[in-house]
Design a protein around this ligand. Sequence first.
Ligand code: F6P
Length: 747
Amino acid sequence: MSPALRFVVGLVLGLALLTWGAFVLVQTTTREWIEKDVRLRAELAVAGARQALSVNWRSDRSTELREILTDITRDDRIMAAAACDSDFYRLAQTAGFPPRFNCDWIADQVRNLANPTVPASWHQTESLPGGPVMVSAMPVPDSDLILGFVVLVHDLSFAARRETSTRQFILLAFAFLAVAASMTTIIVARLTSRSWSEEIRRLARGEAPRGPEFRPILRDVRELVERMMVEKETESEGGAWTPQRLKSTLTRHLHGERVVIVANREPYIHERQPDGSIKVVHPASGLVTALEPVMQACSGVWIAHGGGSADRDTVDRNDRISVPPGENTYFVRRVWLEKEEERGYYYGFSNEGLWPLCHIADARPTFNTEDWQQYQAVNRKFADAVCAEVDSEDPIILVQDYHFALLPRLIRERLPRATVISFWHIPWPNSERFGICPWRRELLEGMLGSSIIGFHTQIHCNNFFDSVDRFLETRIDREQNAVVQHGRATLVRSYPISLEWPVRWVKSIPSAAECRAGVLNELGLPTDALLGVGVDRLDYTKGVEERLLAVERLLERHPEFLGRFRFVQLAAPSRTLIERYRRLNETVELVAARINERFGKNGYKPILLFRSHHEPSNIFRFYRAADLCYVSSLHDGMNLVAKEFVAARDDDRGVLILSQFTGAARELTEALIVNPYDLEEASSALAGALTMTPNEQRERMRSMRAYLAEFNVYRWAGRMLVDAARIRRRERLSGRISERLSPAASA
Ligand code: F6P
């Protein structure tokens, strides 16, 4: 039953009950009135005839008495009358007097009264075949004596008739009332719902509500509409996130706006070779691995530091180059940095200050004013490049990483309507540690110029909120996960980064079996060799030293692997101008050499360290050839090597051993999760991986692959863009509303 029908039925039932009550009340009251009226008339009639009655009150005057009684019955409500003496002997009666009510019957009734000695009028309703009657016996006094009684029989059928017509009238009134009330209700409901739907339509269209009663629900309705739109989009697009879906999300939600990415590292580096030729290099960077496919899907421009030795020779006069080579789907805009700028901004403030500040890896951050000044200057330089590249007043700008903490505010100052999404690829420390930085307030203020700030994990979002709470005067909206400052909100959300799916390198290299055969052959190893792999920039946060020590512990505890197991470490030198990194290079070399010396025999070397840059296609060959991959980061925002290893294994084989201190460990739960500092646990995991049955490997690998197929980088970018679109819609709406509410202010 529809709610409207239910309401009407309820209303009618309620009215029926009310009517029945009214009817019973009216009937009882009317009857009482009628009976009272009849009694009064009877008494009046007898009182009027009392003189004549007492004169003729004798049995020999029955004819006169009958005439007097007949006179009394002229009242058309009095049907018949009789006179009974004080001994209840009948003296006279009118014609047609019902014999049932004779003087004997009256005597019985009167005697039954509580006090028969006190004669008073007596009345009783009785029923005759013709209808109800009232019988009254009224004393006829004469001085102090009672001569007898006049008995009157009143016709009450008129009362029944009156009751019937009252009932009919009430029923009619009820029916009319029910129809009128239902109609009125329906009309009022219609009118109200029309005005409600009109108001809600206005709200959904982003117009200001007319009625003040709608203002409190304004935000709720908008959020609902937006959520429904997103859900509808997601439903209609359905399935997995792909480059096409990301593209169409951009078109639908952001009207195909051109995306501008700002990242320190460029996706393609042009390096001059000793023979004078130019080589395109793919940098060892998780950030680039993740963002490049997004850029290919969305097109637009990637603004980065042009650090390659042939970078200047390959750009056009606007410092741009179209990439990927041969495909030309988007532009790289190169920003040139002087040596001292690079030294202060990149090596200094970013990598000797912020990098160790944000990672728990036993490294002390160094902050100095000169580096800070360069950091500010380079952020301003990139802000100039952004403003030169955008082609609207409200562009979408994706600011990447810790190199550009100040950039969001600099952009906001020049492009107040821009949508700035900042993504912090490394961990965010707890507020106490963050407080070490002398320019902590400036960094936070800079970042809060963003519309959205993204981290890989919720823990880092929480740490960020705590830092803001501790060092700035803002309002933290925990319900919306936002920081509100000067009336502007910055959303702080976790968006775990991922890879394109499938990863392009997987398509361009041979099958796992062929890769294995090729790699073993290259390394001069027998076909039954057991192979582990590690792939990293040589960075102290990656736990490379701890990894090699875990291999050493494995060989100590499990000599059965001696001569059979080898660990290949592909290590790309990184940030080598920094002393801490140079020392790391040396340490890793020394540890590898020591272990090889300790366990090496007849050409067997357990550690194969390749300290050089490796192109992705080669790295993927090693992933595919290996029995296990060990990611031992001491602290890592996400770590995409772990995801790359899983992506490479379309043969569903191989075991991933993963540090619990990576963001990836929260997602790839089928990996063997270890504490890299705990060499017993790590070496047990290595042994476990080397003896794991193919079935278990398959089960774990399939589950992780299914996860990555769904939670790929298109989804990562898509979620941020959809959130950005929501913010843009909201800002546009509130812009329109505030314009409407105070046109003068906006004029
Ligand atoms: O982890 C932070 C990060 O920016 C990564 O995104 C990237 O893998 C790495 O640092 C690259 O470092 P660099 O550009 O300094 O070589």
